[in-house]
Every structure is written in structure tokens, then in C-alpha cells.
Ligand binder design. Structure first.
Ligand code: T46
Length: 138
């Protein structure tokens, strides 16, 4: 799907456990300016419901599992994240919703820019109008 794909990281695994290094522009396709994590989400709760104009992000479920719905005017996918050595890359102009958070799950997000509300499109009709134009030209 456009502007959305899985990333798989190399693990350093031994009898002591696993370690996964992530380095901006090395094993993810952008420099990391911001890190945040989402946890303590009730299983019935759904989050997201927005798209970004310019932001690049990598979503990693470092504990438990969560489902991510990603869509654009032409395509839609549901991806279950449940492996801390994999990330879902989401670029600009992709609508996302996160749901089915398992108990104790932690969703870690690496972002290419500092937080600014100006980059969000939170209204679905506004997203569609903008995205239909954007996806016409690619
Ligand atoms: C995204 C998905 C995967 C901040 O103050 N700083 C931050 O860096 C972020 C990410 C959020 N906030 C504030 C803004 C809201 O008042 O935290 C509150 C909750 O944010 P929001 O409702 O946007 O959270 P989600 O879970 O719907 O979306 C978040 C990210 O905002 C978004 O960029 O792609 O996770």
C-alpha cells in the first residue's frame, strides 16, 4: 500500500534475551526527532482517526499486540503488530486507526518531526478531499 510498509529489524539474540537496535536513516527511512508510546489502552478503545501531511512514523508493538487499520482513497489494510522486531512504517497522507490493544500492550512510535497539531488531518471528509487529489498524481 502506498506510503505504508513493514520494516523488519535484525535482532541480537542470545541466552540473555533479545536486543533490537534502531538507527535513523539506517534501518528506518528517516531521522528520528521524536519518540512516544501508547499504553494502558482499554481493549474496546479505538484511537487514531487521522492522517498526517508530512510526518513519517514507525510503529512498533514492543509488548502485546495491536491492530492498525491503514487506508487511502483506493486501498485499505489491517495489520496486526505483535513482534517487537517489526515496525509498520506509515508516511504522509495515510488514514490510520489503532484498536484491539491487548492487555498490557505498549505501542512505541518513532517520528520524523517534533509534535505539531498543524500536521494532522482529523476530519475524514477533509482527508478524503485532500487525498483524492494527492493520489491522482502518483
Ligand atoms: C499517530 C498515532 C499512531 C502530544 O502532546 N505530543 C505528541 O507527540 C503526541 C503524539 C500527542 N500529543 C498529545 C495530543 C493529544 O492531546 O497527546 C494527545 C493524544 O494524541 P492523539 O489523540 O493524537 O493520539 P492517537 O493515539 O490518536 O495518535 C497518535 C499520534 O498522535 C499520531 O501521530 O500517528 O498515534
Amino acid at each position: 500500500m502506498h506510503n505504508t510498509h513493514m520494516l523488519e529489524f535484525s535482532k541480537n539474540s542470545d541466552e540473555y534475551g533479545n536486543l533490537v537496535p534502531i538507527e535513523g536513516r539506517r534501518n528506518i527511512p528517516f531521522d528520528i526527532k521524536r519518540v512516544y508510546y501508547i499504553y494502558g489502552v482499554d481493549q474496546k478503545q479505538r484511537r487514531g482517526f487521522h492522517s498526517h501531511n508530512d510526518l513519517h512514523q514507525a510503529l512498533i508493538c514492543v509488548s502485546g499486540s495491536v491492530k492498525i487499520l491503514v487506508k487511502n482513497p483506493n486501498e485499505e489494510e489491517i495489520i496486526e503488530l505483535n513482534d517487537p522486531s517489526k515496525a509498520l512504517y506509515i508516511g504522509p497522507k495515510v488514514w490510520r486507526e489503532m484498536y484491539d490493544f491487548s492487555e498490557g500492550s505498549v505501542l512505541l512510535v518513532l517520528a520524523s518531526e517534533y509534535y505539531t497539531e498543524d500536521d494532522y488531518i482529523r476530519d475524514y471528509d477533509e482527508y478524503l478531499a485532500d487525498a483524492i487529489e494527492y493520489y491522482k498524481n502518483i
